[in-house]
Ligand binder design. Structure first.
Ligand code: PHE
Length: 490
């Protein structure tokens, strides 16, 4: 072992004058010897002095020449005694070898570069290759040669670091074992009194913790969700009860003035329940008003003019949006003397969709709504700016959109500094009178609302542009281990 060799050598000699030579003589790897010296120095077994030497090493190009031949040599060898045309010669050689070879061989006066390329001398010596081999073997070569090889970028300077080593204040021919831990046995035997303990290294990095790792989506669901709840609460919003994944079509669609032929109500888009397939608890008088507004309107609306079917409204489904919860809450609110409300929810929704780069069949929706007399689109814009700025998204743009239950409706886009583009972050609008008035809310009450997926800000926060990198079988385990807990931009 290198440690025994070093301590043993110093027992009989005053110093190791050069760790490099020492390692070479004893057949040790110099790096290993250096590490041992550093450790012995740390415990003051040895004193050290730095040695720095400038050495030359071959570059990749230099190594190739040393292993084969220099380009000038290859070029020379490719010229037959009767000479060869430039074109023919070029065909025989690698373009770089041809180019460098021509200029070097001409410089050495080995060849004549006329119409025909011919040899000027019969024999040549590959001086460049020989010099490179010498340098590779650690031999000293003349300054002029070094300069020339350096100019051709065949060698590069390297600083070699080593040590000269002598006995230190704690020198001993053998290193005493230091204890790293105080054990029960040490206490029982009483040998702790004699033990020498290793000093604490407070700067040691420690072992990486390799236990379980939270999935980014889970982190998001815990962390980002908690932050969102805080944001909503700071803005004065109350949480809605979302503990029913199963909902009736009535609350999910009909109450929201979504016509029964709407494509979203198709089983291609929505998961319907087989058992129990229908609900039997709907408020009958309200159902009647909803039927009327769909069929023939009222409250200043013409309705959709179709035959509304109760059976369609009774069908149970996995809620496709948390707006179903909002409709229940607004209906409940309308049953009592009116008080303004600000509500939010963050929970799971389900859509019968093929999973692609931006869609999951199951995701979390964040929903906020404000219900008060005389609210305007300006109030919606204001509250959206406030909400999204708190998420670190203050550059917003809005695009007119369509939802059966809102008018006007706006898609929300936020400028992503990292992706350098506008990304869609949510959907919003003012609930229609056809939805609010049958519930029994006073005529001047307006509801502004918006919704977004929890996964969306998560993807943006973690810089992920394909949701399948976050969910499913293609997920990168390294990402799960390494990604930090991202916080929203606050
Ligand atoms: N329910 C809408 C969606 O699923 C979001 C939304 C909520 C839109 C409230 C307007 C008002 O995308």
């Amino acid at each position: 072992m290198a440690e025994e060799a070093i301590l043993g050598f110093l027992n009989h000699n005053t110093q190791i004058s050069d760790s490099g030579q020492f390692a070479a003589q004893l057949g040790f790897d110099h790096n290993e010897v250096v590490n041992v010296i550093k450790s012995l120095h740390g415990f003051r077994y040895v004193d050290v002095q730095d040695i720095k030497k400038e050495t030359w090493v071959l570059t990749d190009e230099g190594k190739t020449y040393a292993a084969t031949a220099s380009p000038e040599m290859l070029l020379f060898l490719a010229i037959p005694p009767q000479g060869i045309t430039k074109d023919e010669l070029q065909k025989k050689l690698d373009p770089a070898v041809y180019k460098i070879g021509c200029s070097q061989a001409a410089k050495n006066k080995w060849v004549e570069l006329g119409k025909l390329v011919t040899r000027k001398v019969q024999q040549v010596e590959d001086k460049v290759k020989n010099l490179l081999l010498q340098i590779q073997d650690g031999k000293v070569v003349g300054q002029d040669d070094i300069k020339a090889l350096k100019a051709r970028k065949l060698i590069a300077q390297q600083i070699w670091k080593g040590y000269s080593v002598s006995k230190g204040p704690n020198y001993a021919p053998e290193r005493k074992k230091v204890a790293t831990d105080l054990t029960r046995e040490n206490l029982q035997r009483g040998d702790w009194k004699e033990l020498e303990f290793k000093e604490y290294n407070f700067t040691a990095k420690g072992l990486p913790i390799d236990g379980g790792h939270l999935h980014p989506l889970l982190k998001a669901r815990i962390k980002v969700r908690q932050q969102l709840k805080d944001i909503f609460r700071q803005m004065g919003f109350e949480e809605m009860p979302t503990n029913n994944f199963v909902e009736s079509s009535f609350w999910n669609f009909d109450a929201l003035f979504q016509p029964q032929q709407h494509p979203a109500r198709d089983s291609h888009d929505t998961f319907f329940l087989q058992a129990p397939s229908t609900t039997n608890e709907l408020p009958e008088d309200y159902v009647e008003r909803v039927k009327c507004v769909h069929e023939s309107g009222g409250y200043g609306s013409r309705g959709y003019g179709y035959d509304w079917k109760r059976a369609e409204a009774d069908k149970n489904l996995l809620r496709t949006h948390t707006t179903a919860v909002s409709s229940r809450m607004l209906y409940a609110l309308a049953q009592k003397p009116f008080v303004p409300k600000k509500y939010f929810s963050i929970d799971r929704v389900f859509r019968n969709e093929a999973v692609d780069r931006t869609h999951l069949a199951e995701f979390h929706q964040i929903e906020g709504l404000v219900c008060d007399r005389g609210l305007t689109l300006g109030d919606l814009l204001g509250v959206l700016h406030d909400f999204f700025s708190r998420l670190g998204m203050s550059k917003l743009k809005f695009k007119p959109a369509y939802n059966p239950y809102t008018e006007p409706s706006m898609e929300i886009f936020s400028y992503h500094e990292g992706f350098k583009k506008w990304v869609e972050v949510g959907n919003s609008g003012m609930f229609r009178p056809e939805m609010l008035l049958p519930m029994g809310l006073p005529e001047d009450v307006r509801v502004i609302a918006w919704g977004l997926s929890l996964e969306r800000p998560t993807m943006i926060l973690y810089g992920i542009d394909n949701i399948r990198d976050l969910f499913g079988s293609k997920i990168d385990l390294g990402l799960i281990k390494k990604n930090p807990l991202c916080r929203l931009g606050i």
